[in-house]
Design a protein around this ligand. Structure first.
Ligand code: DER
Length: 234
């Protein structure tokens, strides 16, 4: 499918950024998975020496199954480069992430890296963040009270009444993150002031982390269906 060709083009361009001996952060989601597969091919072909930290159990399992060496972020300490997908990329390379429910570990890994590069197809490029739902990871304890506090924050941003929904898991119960937390998805439509919204959400005790990645990504590689890529740099 065209989007798969675009994801593969972006993933292959990102593999070319990897240098021998690098400590790499491996993202989560379908585009990041294409990157992991293409990276594993290069490692096998060239005997590339790499040390990798994964942003989710799912990515760790995929990478390990393909012969990549996965270590914990603590074993690696700090990373040279993280490659990850995104749900939205705006002109300032600010992102919404978390569609796959891994944005806490993704943000930890991305900010523990010298460089974070996003790979995506062009559908992810937007003028303003918010069309895609904004995920917020919430501690289960007191989650309904936390939801009320989040709704109060949204009121303050002129977003009163926007739908907010607890994310359901595959078995129908609540979706649980790798950390055992739950996720509230905020359907905002357009976020006028992402910086302020991020700060306000983070100030709520029960909020663990939100999916706004601000001033984190330095380069976005946008794949085209024809195998071409466009690089957006900040
Ligand atoms: O959940 C995530 O943050 C993923 O990286 C998501 O943002 C992109 O997933 P996709 O590559 O499957 O669209």
């Amino acid at each position: 499918k065209p989007a798969d060709l675009a994801k593969d083009a972006a993933a292959r361009a990102a593999v070319a950024l990897v240098e021998p001996g690098m400590k790499l952060g491996l993202g989560t989601g379908s585009t990041a998975s294409v990157f992991v597969r293409r990276l594993a091919e290069r490692v096998a072909a060239e005997g590339l020496e790499l040390r990798c930290a994964a942003t989710s159990k799912a990515t760790a399992d995929l990478a390990t199954s393909l012969g990549l060496k996965i270590e914990t972020l603590d074993e690696l300490g700090w990373l040279d480069l993280t490659i990850d997908g995104a749900d939205e990329v705006d002109p300032d390379l600010n992102l919404i992430k978390g569609g796959g429910g891994a944005h806490l570990r993704e943000k930890i890994v991305a900010t523990a890296s010298d460089r974070m590069v996003v790979i995506a197809d062009k559908m992810k490029v937007v003028e303003h963040l918010g069309e895609f739902h904004l995920p917020v990871e919430v501690v289960p304890f007191g989650k309904e009270a936390t939801k009320k506090l989040i709704e109060r924050v949204l009121d303050g941003h002129g977003l009163a009444g926007r739908p907010v929904k607890w994310r359901n898991g595959p078995e129908g119960g609540p979706f649980l993150t790798d950390e055992g937390n739950v996720i509230l998805d905020l359907y905002l439509g357009r976020i006028a002031d992402p910086e302020k919204l991020g700060r306000d959400l983070s100030s709520i005790a029960g909020v663990v982390e939100h999916g706004l990645f601000l001033n984190i990504c330095q380069l976005a590689i946008i794949g085209g269906e024809d195998g071409s890529v466009v690089e957006l740099e900040r």
